[in-house]
Design a protein around this ligand. Structure first.
Ligand code: FAD
Length: 663
């Protein structure tokens, strides 16, 4: 047997769906030696996930490609609820905003997963200078972990050994449903068996090429049937239900008045339907298939699910309105079930993200978002550990932070999908039916969660909140091993919550008066940030507090070497813009000088009235005192790690925070 080719890489990513793409994006931006493989020969071109939350757009913006999604997508502004009136005839009972006002500078939008994957691919290509490419038709066939070597995180230690199998494009293409001309997503649906083992078998029989990769870390982003999860012996816990739903992407021909609004339609006795208006005149319909039931094995018969059977079910629900189509873009079906993974990592060496650790119904539009956000949480941590910048123990916070979110997601989806799949109550005495008022309340309450903005990470070495960092519910200790615990002073910035994402209000650039959303300045470049709320800098006393804080920063033996490289500085003051000069009133470290590029004009901002876009009133909205200000530390993913005062004591706190995190 010829020797297999062997190579090393720092991070090996399995799967190039949204979770894998997000992981690869971090690797590209942070210059990590990574590989990403996917068993399929092509990316997705139609269908699948389509809802993008406000938070996902904020994240895309931090990478610099939110504008592409924003332009192409359909924007979701209003949600309408339809159900039978007292006469049993379908009527619109309510309209509510799709996203509550003032939550974010973005609203929810819809655009299919294939486009999102395209934006990521372009981004990864640009930032890796085309060195990180998705290797398609390649999948792992064996995994060995040298358990004894897992605790040693030094750069030349590769405890993971994976054998990869290369397939031909033909082998890697998924089978479509018999005789269908429209592309379908049934091959990825939970109604069919996964084909991973067959693919490995085929690859072996046909003697497709194999190779060995030794990796320091591995991330399984390989979806709901995750091969990586199976190798680790981890389970998904939870139950499937008997509710089966079809999904159709069509250009509808209809007299239903709200076809261009998001709608929840509950019929009296034919099931429910959700309308999601999409880009390019497409509309996605999620349709309950009440006539298709799971068999004794718990599975529904896939051959009965065709665009024709799905549209027939939709026509019954939406009657007396008519609904047909000439063009169908994609269809699929799935059985609702909510499950969450028992473990999200093995010895902080092999991680699972996305559908590999949580599955649920797609109607609330969460899956792609939460999956990308898992990797958004993990990617920078891996990047910093691989480069030796941060303590390896930060990797433990991936599970402690994201498992709780997955559990919240499952609980939310459980509640929402049962209310959605239930028959509407005929009256208050009808206990088996779902009260439409309860449905509306669940929608409105769930909106905050569904926007992705309610994420609130618990106490750990990365989030200096009061309370214990050892109490993670799963026994994980995520406190720092090296230093005494510091606790942030939340009262100094009452609306910049420790553990939550840094909120955004408009501020002006001190040098050119251009308005910016302040969050736009927290780019995803792998750096922490010290955000200096400099307060009223024309007051001499406040000037000297600012100077003292900055002197400590630049003379700190621990922090100074990290400044600008791993810790960026961003300033917002609250004096009048016209009474202040960048070079005169701010210490150099806040707008550093470069011998080739001159002064940095992009780091000092002011809370003042703009010429054309009104007043953001940032200090008030952030809950920061306009005279004395404060300092806030944000993590590379924009979540708030620490808050303290702008003085010597505050400096000691900030330094203490970083001593607990950096290597
Ligand atoms: P996936 O997208 O499943 O990606 C996994 C990748 O890994 C795939 O490319 C696969 O080919 C590859 N892979 C799998 N096994 C292996 C292996 N052994 N080796 C190598 N590669 C492998 N979510 C939303 O947010 N909003 C929605 O509106 C929405 N609608 C949906 C509609 C439908 C019909 C479906 C089916 C899902 C929907 N979802 C929605 C869910 C969303 O598609 C998933 O949550 C999301 O794609 C998960 O991303 P992921 O990267 O974790 O997994």
């Amino acid at each position: 047997v010829p020797e297999l080719k062997e190579s090393n890489c720092d991070v090996l990513i399995i799967g190039a769906g949204p979770a894998g793409m997000m992981m690869a994006a971090w690797m590209a931006r942070m210059g990590i030696n990574a590989r990403i493989v996917d068993k399929r020969s092509t990316k997705i071109f139609s269908g699948q996930a389509d809802g993008l939350q406000c938070r996902s757009l904020e994240i895309f913006d931090s990478f610099g490609f939110a504008d592409r999604a924003w332009k192409e997508a359909n924007h979701m502004i209003e949600m309408c609820m339809w159900n039978p009136g007292e006469d049993g005839v379908l009527r619109r009972s309510d309209r509510v905003p799709d996203v509550p006002e003032g939550l974010s500078r973005f609203t929810q939008i819809v655009l299919h997963q294939g486009r999102i994957e395209r934006f990521f691919l372009d981004h990864i290509k640009k930032h890796s200078k085309d060195t990180l490419r998705v290797e398609r038709a390649v999948l792992p066939e064996s995994l060995e972990i040298d358990e004894g070597k897992c605790d040693d995180h030094s750069a030349d230690n590769y405890p993971i050994k994976v054998q990869l199998r290369h397939l031909t494009d033909e082998e890697a293409a998924p089978a479509q449903a018999n005789g269908q001309t429209v592309s379908d997503g049934l091959f990825r649906s939970n109604l069919v068996d996964d084909d991973t083992d067959d693919l490995i078998q085929k690859g072996r029989e046909n003697k497709g090429g194999a190779e060995i990769v030794r990796a320091r870390y591995m991330v399984g982003c390989d979806g709901a049937h995750s091969w990586t999860r199976r190798q680790l012996g981890f389970q998904l816990e939870g139950e499937p239900t008997d509710f089966i739903w079809g999904v159709l992407d069509i250009v509808p021909i209809t007299d239903f008045p709200d076809i261009r609004n998001r709608c929840a339609v509950h019929s009296a006795s034919s099931g429910s339907l959700m309308v999601i208006p999409r880009e390019e005149k497409l509309v996605r319909l999620y349709i309950q298939l009440t006539e298709i039931k799971p068999d004794a094995s718990g599975r529904a018969d896939r051959s009965k699910i065709t665009p024709e059977t799905i549209i027939k079910a939709a026509q019954k629900i939406i009657a007396p309105y008519s609904l047909t189509y000439e063009y169908c873009d994609w269809f699929t079906a799935y059985q609702i079930g909510q499950r969450v993974g028992t473990n999200f990592d093995h010895k902080t060496r092999v991680f699972l993200t996305g559908d590999a650790v949580h599955t649920h119904s797609p109607k609330a539009g969460q899956g792609m978002n939460v999956s990308m956000q898992d990797s958004f949480n993990l990617g920078w941590k891996l990047g910093l550990v691989v480069k030796g910048i941060a303590q390896p123990s930060i990797l433990k916070t991936y599970q402690s932070e994201r498992r709780r979110i997955a559990q919240d997601l499952i609980d939310f989806d459980h509640k929402f999908s049962r209310l959605f799949s239930g028959r509407p109550a005929k009256d208050v005495m009808d206990e088996e039916g779902v009260s439409m008022e309860a449905f509306k309340q669940a929608f409105v309450n769930g909106n905050m969660f569904a926007s992705g903005l309610s994420v609130d990470y618990g106490t750990s070495m990365l989030v200096a909140k009061p309370g214990s960092s050892t109490d993670q519910g799963d026994g994980t200790d995520v406190s720092s091993t090296h230093h005494q615990k510091v606790v942030g002073r939340q009262e100094l910035a009452t609306n910049i919550k420790l553990g939550m994402r840094f909120p955004s209000f408009k501020v002006l650039n001190q040098s050119d008066a251009r308005p910016w959303h302040f969050q736009e300045k927290l780019r995803s470049d792998g750096r922490f940030r010290i955000v200096v709320f400099a307060g009223n800098v024309v007051n001499p006393q406040q000037q000297s507090r600012l100077k003292v804080f900055c002197q400590h920063l630049t003379s700190s033996g621990f922090l100074a070497p990290h400044l600008h490289k791993h810790i960026a500085l961003l300033t917002c003051h609250a004096a009048k813009r016209t009474e202040v000069e960048l070079l005169r009133d701010f210490p150099d470290v806040l707008h550093p000088f470069d011998s080739k590029l001159g002064w940095d004009y992009d780091s000092v901002y002011v809370d003042d009235v703009s010429y054309h876009e009104g007043y953001g009133d940032a200090y008030k909205n952030y809950g920061v005192d306009k005279e004395s200000g404060c300092v806030v530390v944000t993590r590379p993913d924009q979540y708030v790690g620490y808050v303290d005062s702008l003085d010597e004591e505050g400096f000691v706190g900030v330094e203490g925070y970083f001593k607990g995190v950096l290597a």
